[in-house]
Design a protein around this ligand. Structure first.
Ligand SMILES: *[C@@H]1O[C@H](CO)[C@@H](O)[C@H](O)[C@H]1NC(C)=O
Ligand SMILES: *[C@@H]1O[C@H](CO)[C@@H](O)[C@H](O)[C@H]1NC(C)=O
Ligand SMILES: *[C@@H]1O[C@H](CO)[C@@H](O)[C@H](O)[C@H]1NC(C)=O
Length: 394
């Protein structure tokens, strides 16, 4: 009897140990959701690790943060996306009163608050270059905003991870999408369903790419009417088509490339935009194992702009990478540092970069004054498509 009791208690202890060993923190690897990071416990990596300090010291610290941009009277929720329109205005996609946290989705990726009305506030805010709010819209449409982009003719494309849908809005009709892909609130992995799609990128031909996304780990290319042309990407494997949360897209159209922020693998992966063939991968120990977003500017030989994320034992910063050599050339952060940068966009001349941050809820602007001066002299030349040579760490 005594022995049975003892065995029972031992079993309880073992079960508890088992439960705790399986307990996953609500952030970091293994929990690809977002907006739920507690403390800034990755702050002092520079001070802790002299190797990081030395590596950062070798980079040019640019572009420079522009304080007090935008207008501080404009309040935002979690800022998930930023995009530039063709006049240089910044579109900000934010979640107002909604937050993505540990209770937002069921384990099968179904949004838990389907009965609620969509966000009643304008979720798309438009700022001009001096940071004044000049327009806003996107109320009563979305539940959990994620990606945003503007195409050549001014259509605005967004993704909503709760709706599992992708939408296109023309410049004149903002209440009703001109194109909707995916089935409302129904996650899936086929030609008509997404699962938490993260981003859209539109070629000048009108063909477009969707990064799908948090659970399907694939990139889909469509013709302008929404017909699938090709798709690639998978969760497991060791080849370059293995993606773990394709989180953002950037087009390098002058090089015929579409580049993916492969978030949980800490890399940028670039593929031929015409047929999806893998071209190059970019990663760096200083960026770490989580890379949230990527943007591209063809100025100055072609550069990638990236932001990394927390819980990877490196500082959370922005980096500029030379597209051809794959070298890190610049690094940037606001005063006080980033916490959860989520998206980045850069002007075609490479002079201004904007970063969306989930928490704190804000947008940061950075300007490269040196480049601004150079850009005045140097005409941006169109380059013939070339295969990038970088294969950093692949
Ligand atoms: C931005 O908008 C404000 C208010 O409408 C205006 O005063 C300012 O000149 C604008 N800045 C630019 C660069 O257009
Ligand atoms: C894509 O196009 C390039 C250039 O024509 C070719 O070398 C490559 O094999 C193609 N890839 C596929 C998957 O068709
Ligand atoms: C850029 O040019 C302006 C004058 O046109 C000058 O004041 C400024 O110092 C220059 N900046 C850099 C970084 O060269």
């Amino acid at each position: 009897m005594l022995i049975m009791n003892f065995l029972n208690s031992l079993l309880t202890v073992l079960e508890l140990l088992f439960v705790f060993s399986n307990f996953k923190p609500t952030h970091g690897r293994g929990f690809p959701d977002e907006g739920y990071y507690s403390n800034n416990d990755y702050d002092n990596q520079e001070a802790i690790d002299p190797k990081i300090k030395i590596a950062l010291g070798k980079l040019e610290h640019a572009p420079q943060w522009v304080p007090d941009w935008p207008d501080s009277f404009v309040k935002m929720g979690q800022v998930s996306g930023v995009a530039l329109d063709n006049t240089g205005q910044l579109l900000v996609f934010h979640r107002a009163g909604n937050q993505w946290d540990a209770s937002t989705f069921t384990p099968r990726h179904v949004y838990q608050r389907i009965g609620d009305p969509p966000i009643p506030d304008p979720t798309i805010l438009v700022f001009n270059e001096t940071g004044e709010l000049v327009d806003m819209w996107g109320q009563n449409l979305f539940y959990m905003p994620h990606g945003i982009t503007v195409d050549r003719v001014g259509n605005v494309w967004v993704t909503d991870v709760a709706l599992h849908q992708v939408f296109k809005f023309t410049p004149t009709q903002r209440q009703k999408p001109a194109l909707t892909l995916g089935e409302k609130f129904i996650p899936g992995n086929d030609d008509n369903h997404f699962c938490k799609p993260s981003a859209v990128a539109v070629l000048s031909t009108g063909d477009f790419f969707v990064a799908d996304g948090y659970c399907n780990h694939r990139i889909i290319k469509y013709s302008p009417d929404g017909t699938i042309i090709l798709q690639w990407g998978k969760r497991s494997g060791r080849d370059p088509f293995t993606l773990d949360v394709p989180h953002a897209l950037a087009l390098a159209e002058d090089r015929g490339q579409v580049c993916v922020a492969d978030r949980e693998r800490g890399r940028v992966a670039c593929f031929r935009a015409d047929n999806g063939t893998y071209s190059a991968g970019y990663r760096h120990w200083l960026i770490g194992s989580r890379l949230f977003s990527v943007a591209y500017s063809r100025a100055h030989g072609g550069r990638l702009y990236v932001v990394n994320g927390p819980y990877s034992n490196v500082p959370v910063r922005g980096y500029v990478i030379d597209f051809t050599s794959g070298r890190l050339i610049q690094t940037f952060a606001p005063e006080g540092g980033f916490r959860n940068p989520h998206d980045i966009v850069v002007t075609p001349d490479g002079v201004s970069a904007y970063v969306a941050e989930l928490d704190p809820h804000r947008v940061c602007k950075f300007v490269d004054e040196g480049l601004r001066n150079q850009s005045k002299l140097e005409k941006v030349t169109t380059q013939t498509p070339v295969k990038p040579t970088a294969t950093i760490g692949e």
